[in-house]
Design a protein around this ligand. Structure first.
Ligand SMILES: Cc1cc2nc3c(=O)[nH]c(=O)nc-3n(C[C@H](O)[C@H](O)[C@H](O)COP(=O)(O)OP(=O)(O)OC[C@H]3O[C@@H](n4cnc5c(N)ncnc54)[C@H](O)[C@@H]3O)c2cc1C
Length: 502
């Protein structure tokens, strides 16, 4: 029976899970009638992302928006928007004439009518909601449950004779969530344990999308930003948007010329960059923007330009239409510091454009194979799970296996990737979607699916932590029921009311 559990990553997926684990432990304590054995939850994240995740936390610039409207959410977000205007409204109002100028203009009616479901909200508001969810879950914990929150990046997952061993990049230190008198919740240091590694009985890995691989020759290059999907550059401190603006403005002031910014990619992260630049007067003035992608457009951008994108934020569309972006249709092969020492050269190929039936943006094919920019931002999707971070280490250590039929991480229907390792969130997206479908529920988008699946994942984990107690309750109730109770049904997720088939 597991006495402790490490939860690696505290983005939306694992915040919902923690809330469920706490709730189910409380219910079990009540049902047991006697104290439960003590358990410890280690909650681990880094870069101050505790409770928010990468896309919604401190690296999410106010101009960065949800890629969809938020009306379909049943995880409490839309209610929170209505009930917590005092919390989020001043934060968005602070950017009324700046980063959110276009947002306020385009959403004037919906905001006036408080029809928040129709709006592509700034992503940081979801981070505020999530952090509050985590904070609330950790107040008044069940007696048997201790929580240790750690600030540390897990770099390795392996095994030792005592259990699952997690290695940290730097010693992990204890932190806590603190709410100030204005209700703002922040991650604060706490006196306590410092750990170079942690051995636990079970873990749940929910670290979000795998990072794309950085270009080797660019490591440490101050003009290279890897990347807005990770929302940080190679430099320590500050946030991505702040570092990007500083780099642009330094060059602009020095040369008096527009700064050539090349974005690798033309998808949602490219739109983040467009919103960021367009809504900042100084940046808009200083930047000449190019985007390199294999066809010179993606569906997102092309449909947006044609006004066809179903769920395109009107403010992103306005920003895109308001900027003179040079689109280049080419595949990126490599990046090198420019030979004259100023800027970065992007080496490209475009043979794929000669293939039959390949469509590319008119005028986007270039004669040049090399394009030099003052600053390059890598915004090319996500990386491969086997190539980066915790999954790579677990795979190399033989802990995690590959499902060779689909060339993906091998995840079973209980979200296990190995006997005592669970996975949650982005990498398990398909398994979570299938679980929702098995229960007869319609998919309502990834974030909602993660929320609606959290009671079930929590119940699976609870069986590994409290098997005896769950069995005892089952035996005490024998006669009226022949099966063990399904703990997820005691959880408070709305899945209860929506379930069509059990
Ligand atoms: C720029 C961007 C925009 C997005 N926009 C949307 C959107 O509009 N709508 C949508 O549905 N989805 C969006 N997504 C997808 C998004 O990843 C998921 O919606 C959601 O955030 C996934 O939740 P998660 O908890 O699985 O992962 P994340 O939110 O990514 O959280 C993972 C957490 O793990 C932490 N972590 C990572 N590695 C380690 C490690 N080695 N050690 C310790 N902690 C670690 C991170 O700091 C992070 O806090 C976006 C993603 C990005 C990157």
């Amino acid at each position: 029976m597991a006495d402790n559990l490490a939860i690696v990553g505290l983005g939306p997926s694992n915040v919902n899970l923690v809330a469920q684990l706490v709730e189910q432990t409380r219910t079990l304590e009540q049902l047991s009638g006697s104290p439960l054995p003590p358990k410890t939850l280690y909650l681990i994240d880094h870069e101050g992302n505790h409770g928010t995740g990468k896309a919604w936390g401190r690296h999410a610039h106010p101009s960065m928006l949800f890629s969809h409207t938020v009306g379909g959410f049943s995880d409490g977000f839309t209610d929170w928007l209505k009930n917590s205007e005092d919390a989020w409204m001043p934060k968005v109002e602070a950017h009324h004439d700046g980063a959110l100028k276009t947002w306020f203009e385009q959403n004037a009616d919906a905001l006036a009518q408080k029809d928040y479901g129709k709006v592509h909200f700034p992503r940081f508001t979801y981070g505020m909601f999530m952090k509050e969810k985590l904070y609330d879950a950790l107040q008044g914990l069940p007696k048997s449950l201790s929580v240790v929150m750690l600030d540390g990046k897990v770099t390795g997952v392996g095994a030792n004779e005592l259990g699952n061993e997690l290695a940290f990049e730097k010693p992990a230190t204890e932190v806590t969530l603190v709410k100030d008198s204005d209700g703002v919740i922040s991650v604060q240091p706490k006196e306590g344990t410092t750990l170079t590694s942690l051995t636990v009985d079970m873990d749940v890995i929910g670290v979000g999308p795998p990072e794309p691989k950085p270009f080797v020759a660019m490591q440490g290059n101050r003009d290279y930003f890897h990347n807005p999907t990770e929302l940080h550059s190679t430099r320590e401190g500050d946030n991505f948007a702040g570092q990007f603006k500083q780099a642009v403005m330094e060059k602009y002031k020095e040369s008096g010329q527009k700064v050539e910014v090349g974005i690798l990619g033309a998808g949602l992260s490219f739109l983040d960059m467009v919103n960021l630049i367009y809504n900042d007067k100084e940046l808009k003035e200083a930047v000449s923007l190019s985007s390199i992608s294999s066809t010179g457009y993606t569906r997102t951008v092309q449909e947006a330009a044609e006004g066809k994108q179903k769920d395109m934020a009107p403010e992103s569309q306005a920003a895109l239409n308001g900027m003179d972006v040079r689109f280049i249709a080419a595949k990126v092969e490599d990046l090198q510091p420019a030979t004259d020492g100023a800027g970065i050269t992007v080496k490209t190929s475009d043979k794929h454009l000669d293939e039959a039936d390949v469509k590319y943006r008119d005028g986007a094919r270039s004669d040049k194979r090399e394009h030099t920019f003052d600053i390059v931002v890598q915004a090319i999707g996500f990386g491969k799970w086997k190539e980066q971070g915790v999954f790579k280490s677990g795979y190399n250590a033989g802990v995690f296996k590959e499902d060779t039929t689909i060339r993906a991480l091998n995840i079973d229907t209980e979200q296990k990737i190995a006997p005592t390792h669970y996975i949650n969130g982005f990498v398990a997206e398909k398994v979570i979607g299938d679980a929702i479908a098995r229960r007869g529920l319609e998919s309502q988008g990834f974030l909602n699916n993660v929320y609606r699946n959290s009671p079930v994942l929590a119940a699976n984990i609870m069986r590994g932590m409290y098997s005896e107690q769950i069995q005892n309750i089952g035996e005490n109730l024998q006669g009226s029921i022949s099966q063990q109770p399904e703990l997820e049904r005691f959880g408070k997720a709305e899945a209860k009311t929506q379930e069509k088939v059990v």
